[in-house]
Design a protein around this ligand. Structure first.
Ligand code: GPU
Length: 755
């Protein structure tokens, strides 16, 4: 029972408090409620090390998980205050770039909920992912200092400090903790390391680098990319600082729990979230040998403790570091990495599996695979591609290490919190059980034939669309017709995700409308995306979308039928508003390139229907909902892989033979566009598409247009569409991160539940 009252934390009547005072009171209450619950513990614990935890706003999520949301809401209401005011006031900590960081946040929620002893371990960045604005129809970036308006109070300073040696530089860390509440369970912790010497005065100067300044800027920024030499060196410092702290913490805690270090694997599991934390491997070897363990045995211990998750097959995203970087930052690890490489070489001659290649570059993923006991991909197709193609040479060496863990999302944030309207409707029909056992959503299947229920689903979607329409107008002035189809693509801007394909469709539709075509119902195409600061083509695509949207939205002939809305500063909080209001979920990556995607799961859960390629987890979504309840198109991953292998794709040939495509592409550099946008940038994009189109948008254009037309036509059969929505919701249970975490635990970590 909750006996905690906000009033006890304010020192005066709630009605007399400022919003900041109320926020801080609610925060302190949350922390006390968490302490009262206690923390999951046990002999063995998993340390989920990640450079990113894209946790999003914390207050409501915590209150819901602690079961006190309604109490706090009521107490505020009694004092004439609205809890939504607090929710809007809260500043989002954007401590991640995208899917990988958000996945880590969903995982720590599920770990706590399932009663598994676990810590998330990472860095306490002072600024999260940059704040995006649009000026002259271009992306502008500002630092996102998030530790304000009470937010810093979520991080509790501890008295844990570790020394981290980087060459001749000695750094002294401080550990902070953020409580991670589980849903109706004990809590977990996020442990973030920082340096007291970091100088926030440097924030305005951007991501600069100077070795002397490392102490001042090490944790100042989350990395939005790593485009220049200096930035890369700073990234290596960040990675090493993160894992050295993690390794010291892990050894300390395991010894405290009774480990003699030889048996470390009985006390700790380390999950390496992509390659950013990979240096934990040689760092642990170093620390273990320092404590008297033979180096050979240390290799085995580390292999038994560590497991590695791969999140991409994109070569440019796989970290390799020139040896001289490591010599500068971690000279004491270089001999260890070299000996680890020698041990590999002695066993396997194949050049493609070496840790250090012939040019002296260190391949982080290779080190992970040799010195972990588990290697997993994040969706079935992705894992299959790793095994058969990208990492085939490793798979042949270690078939037993490879396994799949299809991603998941926490249903607490992604429906219970963000869509109470739908949550209530589901619960009315099938009870509360689905909230902790997501597979129970399947009990909704019979209701997919129930017209009253289907009408309710449509009504609730409609409510969300109206709410979003009101919100977006107030937020950025765009007027959106709630009766239009909400067609939504929100994710980082990347050529492989193919926002440009969606743009070409919109241009094509615009040209048709100009030609006299009058669609039955308007469509609003929403884009939300940030481009990495140094990713030129990604920024050009944003520019083209903004230029095009100004043309469409201001054309009285077209705008009643088509609108294009580019959302400013897309982040987790915005996703929580837009996903519940969405009709069509755009998941149109080039098949084989999107490892999994997790937005696709959030949309499905909220009753949006997927329009997508057979890529990543879309494949599993398609299998679950059946072909009547998803719209798929485009080349298969096999075809794509074959084209890359044969290097036989020529964009111009497609442009020449498809008139509709050519017209849309040409429009990018039309008079209208050049008037609305910047000639150089638009021409650059046009040339990139015609001359290269590396992610093969042209071959998929025709089938994309046809399939999207099919989806829009299906939308007009409202009952038929509602049925698709219902089936998507009913089948979403598989994508709960509780299921994913259970699988990690059963197959990789083997922790005992504390509940
Ligand atoms: N992903 Br690698 C990121 O968000 N950032 C990265 O640096 C790398 C991968 C994403 C994948 O692109 C996405 O498909 C996947 O769902 C997500 O990681 C979580 O696994």
């Amino acid at each position: 029972m909750n006996t905690l009252k906000l009033r006890d934390y304010t020192g005066k009547a709630l009605s007399e408090c400022t919003i900041l005072e109320l926020y801080n009171a609610a925060l302190a209450l949350t922390q006390d409620a968490c302490r009262n619950r206690g923390y999951n513990s046990g002999k063995k614990k998993v340390y989920y090390i990640s450079a990113e935890f894209l946790i999003g706003k914390l207050l409501s999520n915590n209150l819901i998980n602690l079961g006190i949301y309604d109490d706090v809401k009521a107490e505020l209401a009694e004092a004439g205050k609205d809890i939504t005011e607090l929710e809007e006031f809260e500043y989002e900590p954007s401590l991640g770039n995208g899917g990988l960081g958000r996945l880590a946040a969903c995982f720590i929620d599920s770990l706590a909920t399932l009663g598994l002893p676990a810590d998330g371990v990472g860095l306490a960045y002072h600024c999260g992912l940059f704040k995006q604005s649009f000026e002259d129809r271009k992306q502008h970036m500002r630092p996102d200092y998030w530790r304000k308006w009470g937010m810093a109070n979520w991080m509790k300073r501890t008295d844990k400090h570790y020394k981290v040696q980087c060459g001749d530089l000695e750094l002294l860390s401080t550990m902070y903790e953020i409580d991670v509440t589980g849903y109706g369970s004990k809590c977990g912790r996020l442990r973030l390391f920082d340096l007291d010497t970091v100088n926030e005065g440097l924030i305005g100067s951007g991501i600069g680098f100077d070795k002397k300044e490392i102490e001042k800027n090490l944790t100042l920024f989350l990395y939005p990319d790593d485009s220049d030499e200096d930035g890369k060196l700073l990234r290596v410092y960040q990675e090493y600082f993160m894992v050295s702290n993690a390794a010291q913490l892990i050894l300390d805690e395991c010894v405290e729990r009774g480990s003699n270090l030889h048996d470390l694997a009985d006390y700790a599991a380390i999950q390496i979230n992509d390659t950013h934390p990979s240096l934990v491997i040689p760092e642990l070897v170093r620390l273990l040998t320092e404590k008297g363990i033979e180096e050979k045995e240390a290799y085995q211990i580390v292999t038994d403790v560590c497991a590695y998750t791969n999140h991409t097959i994109l070569a440019e995203a796989l970290e390799t570091w020139p040896k001289h970087f490591f010599k500068a930052v971690v000279p004491h690890l270089m001999p260890i990495i070299k000996r680890m490489n020698d041990a590999v070489k002695a066993k396997y001659e194949e050049p493609s599996v070496q840790i250090i290649d012939e040019y002296g570059n260190v391949h982080m993923a290779h080190m992970d695979i040799h010195y972990s006991h588990s290697v997993n991909g994040v969706a079935r197709l992705h894992t299959d591609i790793l095994k058969e193609t990208e990492l085939n040479n490793f798979y042949k060496l270690y078939p037993e290490k490879f396994n799949n863990k299809t991603n998941g999302i926490t249903f607490r944030r992604w429906v219970i919190e963000c869509n109470p309207e739908l949550t209530e409707l589901i619960t009315e029909k099938i009870g509360e059980g689905w909230k902790t056992d997501a597979r129970q959503l399947e009990q909704l299947i019979p209701y997919a034939e129930d017209e009253t229920f289907l009408q309710c689903i449509l009504n609730r979607k409609n409510t969300k669309k109206h709410k979003f329409s009101a919100w977006i107008e107030q937020y950025q002035g765009d007027k959106v017709d709630p009766e239009s189809v909400y067609d939504v693509q929100i994710k980082r801007l990347h050529e492989y995700k193919r926002q440009q394909l969606n743009l070409l469709w919109a241009i094509d539709r615009y040209l048709h409308i100009k030609d006299g075509y009058r669609p039955r119902r308007p469509v609003t195409v929403f884009f939300g995306a940030k481009a990495a600061p140094a990713y030129v083509i990604a920024k050009d695509i944003i520019h083209a979308i903004l230029a095009f949207s100004s043309i469409v939205n201001n054309d009285p002939e077209v705008s009643p039928y088509l609108k294009v809305v580019m959302l400013r500063n897309y982040n987790v909080s915005m996703a929580e508003k837009l996903i519940p209001a969405s009709d069509i979920s755009e998941q149109i990556s080039l098949a084989s390139k999107e490892a999994s995607g997790t937005g696709n799961m959030k949309f499905m859960l909220n009753g949006a229907v997927t329009l997508g390629t057979m890529d990543g987890a879309n494949v599993e979504i398609a299998e679950l909902v059946g072909e009547d309840n998803i719209f798929t198109f485009g080349q298969s991953s096999e075809e794509v892989i074959e084209h890359y292998k044969n290097a036989d794709y020529v964009a111009k040939n497609w442009y020449k033979k498809d008139k509709r495509l050519a017209a849309a592409v040409d429009f990018l550099v039309s008079e209208e566009m050049l008037e609305a946008g910047d000639r150089k940038l638009l021409k650059q994009l046009y040339d990139e598409l015609l001359g290269k189109d590396w992610f093969m948008t042209f071959p998929d254009f025709e089938s994309y247009c046809k399939t999207k037309d099919k989806a829009l036509a299906a939308y007009e059969d409202r009952m038929g569409w509602a049925k698709k929505m219902a089936v998507n919701i009913a089948k979403a249970g598989y994508f709960s991160s509780d299921r994913t975490i259970d699988q990690y635990n059963n197959d990789i970590w083997h922790l005992e539940k504390d509940c």
